[in-house]
Design a protein around this ligand. Sequence first.
Ligand code: DGL
Length: 274
Amino acid sequence: MADRKAPIGVFDSGVGGLTVAREIMRQIPDEKIVYFGDTARVPYGSKSRDTIIKYSRQIIRFLKTQEVKAIVVACNTASAVALEEVREELDIPIIGVIKAGARTAAAATRNGKIGIIATETTINSKVYTHFLEELNPQLTVIGKACPLFVPLVEEGTFLNDPITEEIASRYLEGLKKEQIDTLILGCTHYPLISSTVGRVMGNQVTLVNPAYETARELKALLKEEGLENTEQKQDREAMHTFYVSDTPDNFRKFAETILPCSVADTTQINIEKY
Ligand code: DGL
């Protein structure tokens, strides 16, 4: 039986998963997080299924050395192509972000037309469409890959920039014409440009950030498995640890703007070793 006081492992290809980590910190503040951002190998969104499965396995092996009690795949691309594959190999619970996002969107739509923006790999996997149609076969689901959004977000300085707005307008034109009323931000990087996406789509379109529902799902899962930490943490500022596969400086700078806690404890590791 895993230790209730053990941390939760959260991973992404880079900084995007911090939007999920932030939501976990908000909803279950006594849980300690060990975050891994694969900053040396980002982006995952244009890589093959086999490569993403290999990367995910390495990261999970690393997180297991940190004795995590559960894992959150805070990356839509890895959730789409690797989650089911690695789940079978694990003796601890693991969840992704896609089911949560699909559930929220299916509950939010009024006209039954849902758009998904995500990486190419996530869109091509059709996993969102599959979950949405399972929830309600009447839904119309339209996906659009937006590959330039990830480098824009990772760069950090273009979050609120006319360049991002112009690119968003081009990418989202088709979804606007289809008159979707709900749009899933199907990549964990995208909530960081949600104000731009929201402006382009207009306020009649509900934006769904799967992070919120993922944190709720995690909270329920920990309870169900008897794994929730019941001890109140005194020092919430400094209880989380961060690991990256490339130099920590940019990651730290970026994470400081997103997270409510200290990111001083960020270490570079050689993920290829795992
Ligand atoms: N954050 C990842 C996701 O949610 C994608 C970024 C990447 O392409 O690596 O899909």
